[in-house]
Write a protein that binds this ligand. Structure first.
Ligand SMILES: Nc1nc2c(c(=O)[nH]1)N[C@H]1C(S)=C(S)[C@@H](COP(=O)(O)OP(=O)(O)OC[C@H]3O[C@@H](n4cnc5c(N)ncnc54)[C@H](O)[C@@H]3O)O[C@H]1N2
Ligand code: MOO
Length: 403
């Protein structure tokens, strides 16, 4: 199978992604899930003319006549309507958050009045109509589309759902994911290790990346570079919707993943892409439809290929068009000597431009930690110049559609 370019790989992934089914869950379970329905305002917000200050509510007409001393009709607390209408020369004493009756169209803060024996004398400068009153419907009108699917249930979205009384909601079902790491030298982080062993950071990286979607793997195993063991675990894994397997995917004598996948009937959609890092990446489709992502073992290759390929696929299956990326100005100069598309770790400056994170290669374990995302140097561009606009894939991404 010939090596393909990055755009072609993305097009293949777009072509095989099918939206996940929908399910109904309770709001309590909704954190970080992806909404599969639009959300509209169930009523006006605010639902009534809401007092924005503790103070005194009265008619502007009275004020304009020069009246500064008012008789207090009643005190209005939150959650209750006023009992009495407002007459000229009278005011309500009102609490922040309470419903201001229609007739009252000004509130003066408590601090700007002197209250004694049921009367208040107000000292204030010029007044504006509806001063200190948040008007009914000024935030949004009943029926307004507030959020369109798909949207991630971020804390703000959760609050909005609670606000509009949406306690059961339709979300995209989570895929069943099997996660496998490989390598004789790779051991559990809790085990003691010899100088030639390394800890299994990629299993933790991948679990955490999946957790951003609330996906908890149904199978999470590490296997040695042993063909029989790998075959057995992959057989089991292929019962999932998605298999993410890491390492043993390139050209070494112990890199059994491509051969075992083939023996198990997984059709290779592509193996090797003209990118760095991550060139050996393999994507396949099992006989029962399982999508297999075989990601290279180097830590930065693993992070990078998950970010650009697995996330692209997941975003599509969760109803989005693509994994989010942005065009940002590059603040440095970067050269390369080959015709591969390169992805490299970057930080954003205060101005929003991108700065390089120095690193040696995809085996570095520290580069990812200091990066806020990956930037792309296109295959044909041997030098990225200062101020060039380049594609940036932020690691932390909320992708809630603008309305
Ligand atoms: N002759 C060739 N050699 C290599 C090629 C090639 O095209 N021809 N590609 C290179 C590239 S690029 C990469 S990337 C690596 C990827 O190889 P594998 O996916 O087969 O990964 P491994 O060999 O298993 O491991 C590579 C590296 O990563 C470390 N590793 C593996 N698993 C983990 C883990 N779970 N946690 C932390 N670190 C892990 C492993 O110890 C190795 O150092 O191949 C190049 N070679
Ligand atoms: O391109 Mo590999 O993914 O660097 O080590």
């Amino acid at each position: 199978m010939s090596i393909i370019d990055f755009d072609e790989a993305i097009a293949i992934l777009s072509g095989i992604s099918v939206p996940f089914e929908k399910e109904t869950i309770h709001l309590d379970e909704a954190d970080n899930r992806i909404l599969a329905e639009n959300i509209c305002a169930d009523r006006d917000y605010p639902p009534f003319n809401r007092a924005a200050m503790d103070g005194f509510a009265f008619m502007q007409a009275d004020w304009d006549k020069g009246l500064r001393k008012y008789q207090i009709t009643e005190t209005i607390f939150t959650g209750q309507p006023a009992k009495y209408p407002l007459n000229s020369g009278y005011c309500y004493k009102i609490m922040t958050g309470a419903a201001t009756p229609e007739m009252a169209n000004i509130i003066i803060r408590k601090e700007d009045g002197e209250e004694s024996e049921g009367r208040v004398t107000l000292h204030s400068e010029a007044l504006k109509p509806y001063q200190n009153i948040a008007r009914k419907g000024e935030d949004c009108k009943a029926g307004t589309l507030l959020l369109s699917a798909p949207s991630k249930c971020t804390p703000q979205v959760i609050a909005l759902l609670a606000t509009v009384g949406k306690t059961t909601l339709q979300v995209y079902r989570l895929p069943k994911v099997a996660l496998i790491t490989t390598g004789d030298e790779v051991i559990d982080p809790a085990a003691s290790l010899n100088p030639f062993q390394i800890r299994n950071s990629n299993q933790y990286l991948l679990r955490s990346l999946l957790h951003q979607w609330k996906i908890k793997p149904i199978l999470c195993e590490h296997v040695k570079d042993h063909k029989k063991q790998l075959t057995n675990i992959l057989k089991e894994a292929l019962e999932a919707d998605l298999v993410v397997i890491n390492g043993a995917v390139s050209a070494g004598d112990a890199d059994h993943v491509p051969a075992v996948l083939q023996e198990l009937g997984v059709r290779t959609l592509f193996h090797k892409v003209n990118i760095r890092p991550g060139k050996p990446v393999l994507i396949g489709k099992g006989q029962s439809g399982t999508i297999v992502f075989a990601l290279p073992g180097n830590p930065l290759s693993c992070l990078s290929t998950f970010t650009i390929f697995v996330e692209h696929y997941l975003y599509r299956c969760f109803g989005y068009q693509t994994r989010p990326s942005q065009m940002r100005p590059f603040l440095e100069v970067r050269t390369k000597k080959h015709g591969l598309t390169e992805f490299f770790p970057v930080r954003t400056s205060n101005s929003g431009g991108l700065n390089l994170i120095p690193f040696n290669g995809s085996g570095d374990v520290t580069a990812g930690v200091h990066a806020q995302g990956l930037a792309m140097q296109p295959a044909a561009l041997m030098q990225l110049n200062k101020e060039a606009l380049i594609t940036y894939y932020p690691f932390h991404h909320h992708f809630n559609s603008a309305l």
